[in-house]
Design a protein around this ligand. Structure first.
Ligand code: SF4
Ligand code: SF4
Length: 214
């Protein structure tokens, strides 16, 4: 799940300065689950824009706003209706995919936060920083990159107090959790292994699953 939160409406209005006719693009996938890009949020955005004097020429709600070929078809009615700009109520990938398909400006209504776990409806936790070199097999299934405030992959900083992180005491120390989990699994020997530090990768990356299958 890609977790996003809505920008304040004032930020969207500022981006739309000089525009009259606006189209809205939601997303039935992650953005709907996060309550920032579903039918209800698109309707609320339409009402807010109309109250501010904009003309909303239409709304589309694709199954996935980050699917380029799918969007090509979905966006045509908005452009045909004379939209001068589009507002994307999806994540950053969805917003860029919309922009990839049209020649008019596209503005984000949301801020994209993290790859998360859904605890239950409306409650999400950051789980993965997409490091590209997963070490969960060595850390009892708990991500040190994400759960440790300093992203330490080779043990704790030593600052924890009563099991809580020294950076944000509302969070458990990731390395206490990892230790406890490895102990419960009978895998404490993994604490002795030195893992490679995760050096920054160059961006952007691409994956071609079709090529890999040949
Ligand atoms: S180690 Fe953590 S950040 Fe890296 S891929 Fe695995 S879960 Fe994601
Ligand atoms: S106290 Fe624990 S979770 Fe916090 S930064 Fe140090 S090792 Fe990481």
């Amino acid at each position: 799940m890609i977790v996003s939160k809505a920008k304040p409406i004032e930020a969207v209005l500022t981006m739309l300065q000089g525009v009259q006719k606006v189209g809205l693009v939601g997303c039935k996938s992650c953005a709907s689950a996060c309550a920032v890009g579903g039918e209800k949020e698109c309707q609320a955005m339409q009402e807010a824009l109309e109250a501010a004097g904009f003309e909303v020429v239409g709304t589309v709600l694709p199954d996935e706003s980050c699917h380029k070929m799918l969007l090509r078809r979905e966006l045509k009615p908005l452009v045909a209706a004379g939209a001068e700009a589009l507002v994307s109520l999806a994540c950053g990938s969805g917003c860029q995919t919309v922009a990839d398909n049209v020649k008019i400006p596209v503005y984000p209504a949301n801020d994209t936060l993290f790859v998360g776990q859904t605890e239950r409806v409306g409650i999400f936790h950051e789980m993965c920083r997409t490091c590209g070199d997963c070490v969960l097999g060595e850390t009892g299934g708990i991500c040190p990159m994400t759960k440790c405030a300093k992203s330490l992959v080779n043990g704790p900083c030593g600052g924890q107090k009563n099991g809580k992180c020294e950076v944000d005491p509302t969070n458990d120390c990731a390395w206490i959790l990892i230790y406890q989990r490895l102990e419960a699994l009978g895998q404490l020997h993994k604490m002795e292994k030195t893992l490679e530090d995760h050096s920054p990768r160059s961006y952007p990356q691409s994956v071609n699953v079709r090529e890999a299958k040949k």
